[in-house]
Design a protein around this ligand. Structure first.
Ligand SMILES: Cc1cc2nc3c(=O)[nH]c(=O)nc-3n(C[C@H](O)[C@H](O)[C@H](O)COP(=O)(O)OP(=O)(O)OC[C@H]3O[C@@H](n4cnc5c(N)ncnc54)[C@H](O)[C@@H]3O)c2cc1C
Length: 447
């Protein structure tokens, strides 16, 4: 019943043990890692595929984009992470399609066979079909994209210094963040801190008042998925830091020079950062009629893809529609982690012929930071904002980072920034040129 080998166009590669069922995991993100961990020391062969050889800690991407952290401190080698797991192998490969009828997948390194397949490909930026916005604005879902963003921000500040008039400087110093979820709010806060504490030191030629940060969302409040209390505290923090918050308005278009907003407002800007939506990354071969809202794959109560016996989908790419979750679970790391653990265990139960256990999400709460000493926390019925929430936010992020070195590096960086109010190196290692090409791999990162 099980495939003894995995088939590659160019070679036949032995499994760790030819008689064991092979579990192929597409994606080494939060969900994929947990599936592999749950299968450690079990009678299965685990093959993880990812287009990168590292895991990305996405919650801190905004600090890479604004120059406070180096890219390497939020990434961790997938091979190194499983050094001690004997039944684990990793290949860098981009998966283009799945073939459920032959239990194989098409990848950039050839065709690979599976006994059990876990799709953990996460999500990508959703521009809702607006090609102008897609071509001219900046997304931030990966390390290469965060580095592109960092270089763009720094280059535009350098460009502003060269301009003679306020009018000429304006588009380089206006920053517009579209989408007031945690990513938009955290970036807006980080840019406001750059303006308030760093601009006058690094760029004494530029006036603080000329750098403007706008946060725009068509929903009526910031941090729409959090409580009213968290939302209004976050808005207050941002406003006090000098961010102009425009909620309940829709962005109409952006042509690379001017962003137009419903109601007739337009802003001249070279800096538009788009975090207004995400959509699942679904490989070719998944039936169209099981794709739900947000391009997510419909799964049953054990994360098994609708209509298939041995294919699972977890995390951002999965939609488990139930009475309690009519829109599926939120696209957050904890959902992916818990789905990953549950799926790993259920695959083992299926192999042993034991009954499976339905997935049950345990919501540990939500945190978002706005800046120094400022964060909001919704932990069940307990809701609080300010310094204590900020300390908890830092603690949770530090313990969740992969790798001891990364934890130490990030902690030291944060202490340094707190003391000096001038953290990060803000280096332009390579020139960034915005091109209308697929975003993520537009310019591979070089530092
Ligand atoms: C900027 C930002 C900030 C965030 N902040 C928070 C936060 O504070 N708290 C929180 O809980 N959540 C946060 N999230 C959401 C959280 O990161 C996601 O919910 C989580 O990463 C989903 O995990 P996943 O395993 O489904 O996918 P991911 O972690 O995205 O992993 C997907 C993996 O699949 C790989 N992959 C994709 N397609 C292919 C392919 N075709 N072939 C091979 N490999 C592929 C990718 O390279 C990636 O490694 C944030 C997200 C972003 C973008």
């Amino acid at each position: 019943m099980f495939n003894p080998i995995w088939i590659n166009k160019y070679q036949i590669m032995e499994k760790t043990n030819a008689s064991l069922p092979q579990v192929v995991i597409i994606g080494g993100g939060f969900g994929g890692l947990e599936v592999a961990k749950a299968l450690a020391d079990q009678p299965v062969d685990v093959l993880m595929l990812d287009k990168h050889n590292y895991h990305t800690f996405q919650p801190l991407l905004y600090q890479v984009a604004t120059g406070s952290l180096e890219a390497g401190s939020i990434a961790f080698s997938l091979r190194k992470n499983f050094d001690n797991q004997k039944n684990f192998r990793f290949r860098i490969a981009e998966v283009s399609g799945i073939n459920p009828e032959t239990n194989t997948i098409d990848t950039s390194i050839g065709e690979i066979a599976y006994d059990y397949l876990v799709i953990a490909t996460g999500s990508t930026t959703n521009f809702f079909g607006n090609k102008d916005i897609e071509h001219h604005s900046m997304p931030m879902k990966s390390i290469p994209e965060a580095l592109n963003l960092r270089y763009m921000i720094l280059q535009n500040l350098e460009e502003a210094v060269l301009k003679n008039t306020k009018e000429e400087r304006e588009p380089y110093l206006n920053f517009v963040l579209v989408g007031a979820g945690p990513t938009g709010v955290e970036l807006a806060g980080a840019l406001a801190e750059l303006r308030n504490h760093i601009l006058s030191k690094d760029y004494p030629e530029l006036k603080k008042e000329e750098m403007k940060v706008y946060l725009v969302d068509f929903l009526p409040r910031v941090l729409g998925a959090m409580s009213d209390q968290a939302s209004s505290a976050a808005k207050d923090f941002l406003t006090k830091m000098g961010v102009e918050v425009l909620v309940g308005v829709k962005v109409e278009n952006y042509d690379g020079d001017t962003i137009t907003i419903e109601g007739g407002k337009s802003i001249r800007t070279k800096n538009v950062i788009w975090s207004a939506g995400v959509m699942g990354v679904v490989p070719e071969g998944v039936e169209k009629d099981i794709i739900e809202r947000g391009n997510r794959i419909r799964v049953d109560n054990i994360c098994r893809v609708s209509g298939y016996k041995n294919i699972f989908a977890i995390g951002d790419v999965a939609a488990m529609i139930t009475k309690d979750t009519p829109k599926g679970h939120p696209g957050v790391a904890q959902v992916a982690i818990q789905m990953g653990k549950s799926t790993g265990k259920n695959i083992l139960r299926l192999i042993k012929g034991a009954p499976t256990e339905p997935f049950k999400y345990f919501d540990k709460g939500s945190l978002a930071t706005i800046g120094r000493n400022k964060a909001v926390a919704d932990l069940g019925k307990v809701k609080f904002q300010g310094f204590f929430a900020w300390v908890i936010w830092m603690f949770v992020h530090l313990i969740s980072l992969l790798g001891f070195r990364n934890k130490v590096v990030v902690f030291i960086n944060w202490i340094g920034s707190y003391i000096s109010n001038n953290g990060g190196s803000r280096l332009i290692i390579r020139k960034f040129v915005k091109e209308p090409v697929p975003h993520e791999e537009a310019l591979p990162h070089s530092d």
